[in-house]
Design a binder for this molecule. Structure first.
Ligand SMILES: Nc1ncnc2c1ncn2[C@@H]1O[C@H](COP(=O)(O)OP(=O)(O)OP(=O)(O)O)[C@@H](O)[C@H]1O
Length: 280
């Protein structure tokens, strides 16, 4: 199992407290390099809180989040500021609710993701923005990369339209493309299939599989749509009330009585009955 042999991310004893509420409690799991890993669980289980800790939106109350690049460089994410998690550690994310710049064009939304390299190429001077060859080259590369992703997500014909005019499913794909324009090694997607129809969710599966195959990007996703989770994940981690209740391949997790019970809202005492019903 890649998540045991070559983890890109190791979450160790993660705890997140909000006042008296413990949203995530002593959570440990690994994400395999090159794997598609799904983090699932009932509403309020703590999934988005885990994402917020990994991507620097929250500082964990306790625990360690170590991200290891292929060359061995390791980043302790809980110690890095948010911008360094994206820029240095190379972790990108999308949000549960779409967060595009709706008044900007589709192309501009992708160019925003190249802000850091563009500013460095400008030498952080106004003159650099107009004159430096390095800036013009960085700008050309940013446009090329954006066009590549627009082709890939079938939005090249809409490049100059405002992002807010796109249909919902296309906006979701654009968000993923924008995250990919930061060249992440770990892509975190918060409910990418939410609100998609079955055709769009099939297209999403294809897009995620091609991101993993063609770019080697590891993917960690939160998802309620089981056709996405069971269809493309290599590894599934299940949370309930902030703790891990299962961790394994989709097949292992699918038949786990505690997972079924958590989803059905069954009390611990009724677990035997659920086990009998699923034939375990
Ligand atoms: N900033 C916050 N302040 C206080 N409580 C919070 C905060 N963020 C999350 N919580 C609480 O932490 C718990 C876990 O929330 P979280 O959003 O992580 O769950 P989730 O598994 O992502 O749920 P869903 O599937 O509904 O998105 C919930 O009880 C939630 O109310």
């Amino acid at each position: 199992m890649r998540w045991q042999e070559d983890p890109i991310l190791e979450v160790q004893h993660l705890k997140m407290r909000f006042g008296g509420l413990v949203a995530v409690n002593d959570l440990s799991f690994s994400v395999g390099r090159g794997d598609i890993t799904a983090l699932i669980g009932p509403n309020g289980a703590g999934k988005t809180t885990v994402f917020n800790c990994i991507t620097g939106f929250y500082r964990p109350s306790e625990g360690m989040l170590s991200l290891r690049h292929a060359d061995g460089t390791t980043y302790l994410l809980e110690r890095l500021p948010g911008h360094a998690i994206s820029w240095k550690a190379k972790v990108a994310r999308t949000f549960q609710n779409i967060r595009l710049f709706t008044g900007m064009t589709v192309l501009e939304n992708l160019l925003v993701a190249r802000h850091n390299p563009l500013m460095i190429a400008s030498g952080f001077t106004l003159l650099g923005l107009f004159g430096l060859p390095s800036f013009r080259e960085a700008e050309r590369q940013a446009v090329e990369q954006a066009k590549f992703w627009l082709e890939k997500i079938n939005l090249i014909d809409r490049a100059d339209d405002p992002a807010g005019d796109l249909p919902y499913g296309a906006q979701r794909r654009l968000e993923i493309a924008r995250a990919m324009c930061t060249d992440p090694i770990l892509l975190c997607l918060d409910e990418p299939a939410a609100g998609l129809n079955p055709r769009e969710s099939h297209e999403l599966n294809e897009l995620l599989l091609s991101i993993r195959r063609d770019h080697g990007t590891s993917i960690l996703l939160i998802e309620h749509d089981m056709s996405v989770v069971m269809g493309i994940s290599d590894h599934v981690v299940v949370l309930d009330y902030g703790t891990k209740i299962a961790d394994g391949t989709p097949e292992e997790v699918r038949n786990d009585p505690s997972v079924i019970a958590a989803y059905l809202g069954v009390e611990d005492e009724e677990l035997d009955k659920v086990e009998a019903e699923v034939g375990l």
